[in-house]
Ligand binder design. Sequence first.
Ligand code: ZN
Length: 179
Amino acid sequence: MKKFLESSWTIGIATTLLGFILTVSYDLIKEKQVFTTIGKFFSILWGWIITFLTFDLKVWWVLLGIAVIFFALYTIVKIIEKKELLKPEFTDYTQDKFRIWKWSWGWKFNKMKNVWQIVNLQAHCPKCDTPMINKGFGIFQCPRCAYNPESYDHEEPYEVVKVISDNLYRQKNKGEIQS
Ligand SMILES: [Zn+2]
């Protein structure tokens, strides 16, 4: 506060304001009307402009100002990045029991398509819960207990993906998942 009161700016503004008020009062008393006042006002305004343009600027103020602007921009960018990385609630849904087997999967955001995609979809062994090896053509095998389903009557990955999205759709429509 002391510094503020002592600063040339404060003193300058206070002095000119006081001068202006005194001039108006003087004019009113003398009934000279406002011409002198207007003239004074413009000279004061001019004085302010000159003071502003020839203000004694310290280099470290400028550097500090630039640093503050950079920091603010950096913070804004970081906040935007963090928002992009925020996972929606449905990405917690990573495993489920389907018609015959239990399956697990992960979620990855596809920036090109701007959608969340299911990745690393794996069928779990019904005997030991180990993710099974998909040998293709509907053949699966457990790497732990060598379980090898003889029947082809089990769900295929594309069916599981379809059911996952349908489950999410049903849940969302129930109002259980916020989007
Ligand atoms: Zn197994």
